[in-house]
Ligand binder design. Structure first.
Ligand SMILES: N[C@@H](CCC(=O)N[C@@H](CS)C(=O)NCC(=O)O)C(=O)O
Length: 201
């Protein structure tokens, strides 16, 4: 399998999951501006949407959409506990992944497009509310779904690195900050960050 990624993009979440699960996956870095990969491929031929992540399976099929890629990888390592498969924990996982994808991930997207000050302020105001909701979901648990690190934590962690990048004030979100540091300390997370040339602290 091959994971197409861009350093620090949402594809960092499946990269973390690959390391957490100990899966054999090769990495191919994508230049998102030029839509070329390090291996020399036209990335639009891999994913017509031109976005990362994309996971190329051994049979040549390509799977896209972060939430789907994360679940696919977790299913390859069922004993890892990265994705609860049954009962309410399973539905909570889907609920949380969808919240992260649609509210936090896409809620942050305007900040990547050099927005006007007006758009920037409105985006951050909306995100402050979404971060408060994320903190409420976390509550006093170590991870979003409980004691076990899951694919939802990998995804949420990446979004929190963006909050730092865009200097979103999370000083009132102490639980989220402690959570961010907790996830950052995981060896698999550090490995993925290092492999993408990103800070580990
Ligand atoms: N719907 C896609 C969106 C992925 C996405 O937004 N990827 C961003 C990086 S975080 C990207 O590749 N943007 C560059 C582009 O779309 O040209 C998913 O959930 O996987």
């Amino acid at each position: 399998m091959r994971l197409y990624y861009s350093p620090g993009a949402c594809s960092l979440a499946p990269h973390i999951v690959v390391r957490e699960a100990g899966l054999e996956v090769s990495l191919d870095k994508v230049n998102l501006k030029e839509k070329r990969t390090d291996s020399g491929r036209d990335y639009r031929a891999v994913n017509p949407q031109g976005a990362v992540p994309a996971l190329e399976l051994d049979n040549g099929e390509v799977l896209t959409e972060n939430a789907a890629v994360l679940q696919y990888l977790a299913a390859l390592a069922p004993k890892s506990g990265l994705a609860p498969e049954k009962g309410m924990p399973h539905w909570r996982l889907l609920e949380t992944l969808n919240f992260i994808a649609t509210e936090l991930h896409k809620g942050t997207s305007p900040l990547f497009r050099k927005p006007s000050e007006e758009v920037r302020e409105a985006t951050i105001k909306n995100l402050q509310n979404r971060y408060e909701l994320l903190e409420r979901k976390l509550g006093d648990k170590p991870f979003l779904l409980g004691d076990q690190f899951t694919i939802a934590d990998a995804y949420a962690f990446v979004i929190l690195t963006w909050a730092r990048k865009f200097e979103i004030d999370l000083s009132e979100r102490q639980k989220l900050q402690t959570y961010f540091q907790r996830v950052m300390k995981r060896p698999a997370v550090r490995q993925a960050l290092e492999e993408e040339g990103l800070p580990t602290g």
